[in-house]
Design a protein around this ligand. Structure first.
Ligand SMILES: Cc1cc2nc3c(=O)[nH]c(=O)nc-3n(C[C@H](O)[C@H](O)[C@H](O)COP(=O)(O)OP(=O)(O)OC[C@H]3O[C@@H](n4cnc5c(N)ncnc54)[C@H](O)[C@@H]3O)c2cc1C
Length: 445
């Protein structure tokens, strides 16, 4: 493939838009086809703000195209998590070191900004074009546009069409393509806490709020309009589940029992609970992510994960920045570039898929345990004294660019060490003693 030949991108979501900018900046002609209409032209707001946690890997992806600062300005820094117990008592747990934060950003605003920038770089975005099939060898794709059927042939076909990718669907029909899809038996429903009358936030703004209740949880992320977007993660079916809360009255009673402080701040609870869907969460794994030198998958199309580490988009943005670094190294050798891209990303995507699943248990259950908070205190103290030996797992994932797989391996080692430390009978009294420090240190020297 020669320079400035046509790259066809399917999907103008977060990753597709960012990838298009990267490639347009390199001088390629890029055309993006998106099945939805142009969200920037929607005149009536749907009234729902959906937000995402953006962290260092995502910011690095944005930095590569020069919009990290702009996005930071429209995001809300969250320095830590605030846990709400059933009685309404609050506990704060800092995420990283002083000054480190993840950012709550509006999915819609971020997507709009990325599309604006893509167009500024000369990318043509075709809306209301639903991909209906692809020819991998020819890097071509078919689209439905109203009643018209359109076929587009480029030199590289890029699937950024999310977890239910049409491009991946074609790869599934090729030999030696491995694929798995797994729905966890939970669903999520979005609710909201509107601003106070004066526009201020009803809860501490610079934090991610969690109501951990062992088998389920509610979380809330702040929006710049003073509201919070809340998400209930709850079993899909069973004795206490979305299926069992089959009337608004039952749902309200349940919230009153388990999340009474939150419910008191949700004047639209009844409409929202009824109207907003209980959506599923799927984990998609597949390999390879490329076809010869004519097609590739990136973002959720290659690796959809559960949302509990707030890393799905961050991982997709990291795909873009790593792809760009590899492009620098391999330049126009597309065969080598695509092989190296999938090779370098696959184990890391699998690692964050695993970490995200584990984090669900941590968020809904362990963060409420005093022993967990003590363990984190010990880890933080040791990490401060010996940063060369210990970076907490959360920080490796969220505030570093250490490959996810390395973070997983290091995190497992740390967990083994801490399991033995936490078994000490009087750990509550001696947690900040020299003895405990030496015992941890012995694992590293
Ligand atoms: C509840 C929830 C919370 C989350 N929170 C976070 C978070 O805090 N932090 C984080 O990093 N990640 C989070 N994620 C994950 C994040 O949303 C995804 O990883 C991210 O959106 C992936 O971007 P993408 O562009 O690859 O796919 P998508 O965002 O799914 O975009 C795909 C695009 O392709 C288009 N498309 C699909 N099919 C076709 C077709 N046939 N033809 C044309 N166009 C098509 C779609 O309309 C869409 O615009 C969360 C996910 C969920 C479900």
């Amino acid at each position: 493939m020669t320079e400035k030949s046509l790259i066809t991108v399917v999907g103008a979501g977060l990753v597709g838009s960012l990838y298009a900018i990267y490639m347009a900046k390199r001088g390629y002609k890029v055309e993006v086809f998106e099945r939805r209409n142009d969200m920037r032209k929607a005149t009536i707001s749907a009234g729902r703000s959906i937000n995402l946690a953006l962290s260092d890997r995502g910011f690095k992806g944005l930095m590569g195209v020069g919009i990290d600062d702009e996005i930071r300005k429209i995001g809300i820094p969250m320095h830590g998590r605030i846990m709400h117990d059933v009685a309404g008592n609050l506990t704060f747990q800092q995420y990283g070191n002083d000054g480190q934060s993840i950012y709550s950003v509006s999915r819609g605003d971020l997507n709009c900004k990325l599309m604006d920038l893509a167009e500024k770089e000369g990318v043509k975005i075709h809306f209301e074009h639903k991909c209906t099939g692809v020819n991998l060898d020819e890097a071509s794709a078919n689209f439905q546009f109203g009643n018209e059927k359109i076929s587009v042939k480029g030199d590289l076909l890029v699937g950024t069409d999310g977890a239910y990718s049409e491009v991946r669907d074609a790869m599934q029909k090729t030999p030696w393509f491995n694929y798995s899809q797994y729905y966890i038996d939970y669903a999520y429903k979005e609710l909201s806490i509107p601003p106070n009358e004066d526009g201020s936030h009803r809860l501490e703004v610079n934090a991610l709020h969690i109501w951990p209740r062992k088998d389920f949880m509610l979380i809330a992320l702040p929006n710049i309009d003073g509201s919070f977007t809340c998400t209930l993660f709850f079993p899909k079916s069973g004795a206490l589940s979305f299926d069992s809360l089959d009337t608004i009255e039952k749902a309200e009673t349940f919230f009153g029992e388990h999340f009474s402080d939150a419910l008191a701040m949700m004047p639209h609870f009844r409409e929202e609970y009824k109207t907003n869907p209980a959506a599923g969460m799927v984990i998609v794994k597949c390999f390879p992510w490329t076809w010869k030198s004519s097609a590739m998958l990136i973002g959720d199309a290659a690796h959809a994960i559960v949302p509990f580490y707030g890393q799905g988009m961050n991982c997709g943005f990291e795909d873009c920045s790593i792809f760009s670094e590899l492009h620098d190294a391999q330049h126009e050798d597309w065969d080598l570039l695509l092989r190296n891209y999938e090779k370098s990303r696959k184990e890391n995507a699998d690692a964050i898929a695993e970490l995200a699943l584990r984090n669900f248990i941590e968020m809904r259950d362990r963060v409420a345990e005093p022993s967990f908070l003590l363990q984190k205190k010990i880890e933080a103290k040791f990490s401060k004294a010996y940063p060369q030996f210990w970076t907490p797992l959360y920080s490796m994932v969220t505030f570093s660019h250490i490959p996810y797989n390395d973070a997983l391996v290091a995190g497992d080692k740390q967990e083994r060490i801490m399991q033995s430390i936490m078994k000490k009978p009087n750990i509550e009294e001696i947690w900040d003693s020299q003895e405990v420090e030496n015992e941890i240190l012995a694992n590293f020297i």
